[in-house]
Design a protein around this ligand. Sequence first.
Ligand code: BYC
Length: 334
Amino acid sequence: MYSQALNVKDEQASGPEDAAKLARFQGIIDREDKIEPRDWMPAAYRRTLVRQISQHAHSEVIGMQPEGAWITRAPSLRRKAALLAKVQDEAGHGLYLYAAAETMGVAREELYGQLLSGKAKYSSIFNYPTLSWADIGVIGWLVDGAAIMNQIPLCRCSFGPYARAMIRICKEESFHQRQGFEIMMTLSRGTPAQKAMAQDALDRWWWPSLMMFGPSDAASMHSADSTRWKIKRFSNDELRQKFVDATVPQGHYLGLTFPDPDLKLDEASGHWTFGAIDWDEFRRVLAGQGPCNAERLANRQKSEDDGAWVREAVAAFAAKRRAQAATAQPQAAE
Ligand code: BYC
């Protein structure tokens, strides 16, 4: 697989992309077949996928922190077991996604480096703090709900390894969403203090959840290419609207209100219209100035440093096994 990926790189390095290759490539996409790592692809397609898949992987890994902070404080053994499983799933999603990015010939260490240096983005949503147990419910309900809305279409993405990784990820995200909604149901049917906690969490997480879908279509610089290449099947605004339409009735079912005075059902279209998103806040968070950006990256750096000895030990062990195998083989042949 690695040599296939190198072939892709070599081909890209060998000169301008000719029209015949581009036509073949776009033909595969237009027929709804998959582009595989061994196939020729334009450099820009590869760049976009490495960018998106690795940022997605970073989001899963950084996304473990806000919820991980509540594992020791979960209110019951049942809640603790479910939360632990969810956070472990997120580590697994990160691994599938880094592996999908690696099929394009980029080293995982390079991608980690981009995250730690602040060069690569991860989802804006994980730069907000989890202040109460209700935040764990809201993350499952809204954050995983938004993630599913965005990720189900990615199961049909044109790049095979990404599409296949997304199928399993989406199955697990669906469990995550349900466990979050169930926490919200319990809290909103609980004591007045529990219901107030659920409402406060919704108030704080609603707008950041809408920002997860990315800038408005007019400001989305990658959408045109990604749509042509069938990486994106729906625009940022389309997915945001689908999410609002699906989620508002759920919130009303919980007996909660949304922190948006402009939210109303447009009877003619059947869609919920909503107020203006604070794009300045979005841009600040992306620029590293959200409430928790520094903390998230510092924690990630600490894990990287603390794990260095494990990586060294694993590499030394693997080298020893290789050396043993090399000396053992001639004897076995005698
Ligand atoms: N946060 O041209 P655009 C999860 C960036 S994890 C940060 O529209 P594109 C979960 C964008 O990257 C959820 N950055 O871009 C885990 C680009 O910057 P660069 C993560 C954002 O790629 C644990 C620039 O803004 N999901 O599910 O066409 C627990 C311009 O945007 C954001 C994924 O990663 C943002 N919210 O569309 C629970 C899904 N939005 O790269 C849950 C895969 C935009 O030029 N990714 N940017 O520096 C995608 O579907 C697309 O990349 C996006 C953006 C829709 C996010």
